[in-house]
Design a protein around this ligand. Sequence first.
Ligand SMILES: Nc1ncnc2c1ncn2[C@@H]1O[C@H](COP(=O)(O)OP(=O)(O)OP(=O)(O)O)[C@@H](O)[C@H]1O
Length: 332
Amino acid sequence: MTAVVEATDVAKTYGETVALSSASLSVEAGEVYALIGPNGAGKTTLVRALTGTTVPDSGSVRVLEGEPTAIDRDRLGVLPQDFSPPDRLTARELLTYYAGLYDDPRDPDDVLADVGLVDASNTWYENLSGGQQRRACVGATLVNDPDVLVLDEPTTGIDPAGRRTIWRLIEALTERGTTVLLTTHDMAEAERLADRVGLLADGALIAQGTPAALVADHAGSSRLAIETDADPQAFEDLAYPVVASGESDSKPHRRRQPDTIVVQDIEPADIGVVVDYLEGNDLEYSGLTWAEPDLEDVYLALADSTERERTTKMGTETDADAEDAPQTGETA
Ligand SMILES: Nc1ncnc2c1ncn2[C@@H]1O[C@H](COP(=O)(O)OP(=O)(O)OP(=O)(O)O)[C@@H](O)[C@H]1O
């Protein structure tokens, strides 16, 4: 397989902020690779390094086997996160304008149809809804029928139906061999579209793999959530691991909701065992929900712990700063 998009040990610092510490990834021809990770993890910085709009402090990037700044622009489509086209162009004029930048562009009306904007084609960009604007921006990346598509949060702000339009579009493109690197906060999007997912946290790729492999390695087991006010100790004799996860005490302003007991490692065929246990022990419950682990669980297992470490560290630093700061009545 040929690496079409490649980052090797990319590092980038802004002042004291380490945006990327050492990030390496490789996207093969025809693959969809999704970068996920918390706000500020470095996703956009990596995308910018890969598309030549920022220069890494160290490490190397290659796109279509060349420097990002030297590649044939006809072959690349890039949607920056903050892409902001002129307000007083209609959706059609916008795509026509971008189509005019290429030697052999697609028909802008076909692209408008692809992104579901035919009915809004004569509306000024500034009067399109937020989701329609994002669709127009996605359309602008498609006018040159690129071989490589880099999309930084393509579906942010787009409604669920529109998101599916964009997903189907990306799927159709990949069927024709387009290579796609995208960033997203939508785990369903990553799970549906991506052949491989990379999880960035604090400037480093802490996990990469197919969604299925990441789920198998990091997401834990299938589980059954029981909505009940029963005492967690009442579940001690159940033959499965059980954890209590109640929020009602921490949100006293809300109407009291039942707490949740989560039974882990349980397959659907064994739900009856739990129901029998509940009934045999007179434990009242208002709902049962079984769930398979998914990419969101991977995210929560890996990124949440780095987020907690970061906030704990920030809290410690703030405490230390407060100790260093002059006390009331002291002079600096
Ligand atoms: N031009 C810049 N100047 C200063 N700091 C920057 C700049 N670009 C990014 N950063 C910082 O680098 C870190 C990584 O930012 P980046 O935008 O790459 O994160 P991200 O993962 O894309 O976040 P989000 O999910 O919120 O879009 C952040 O702390 C950000 O504030």
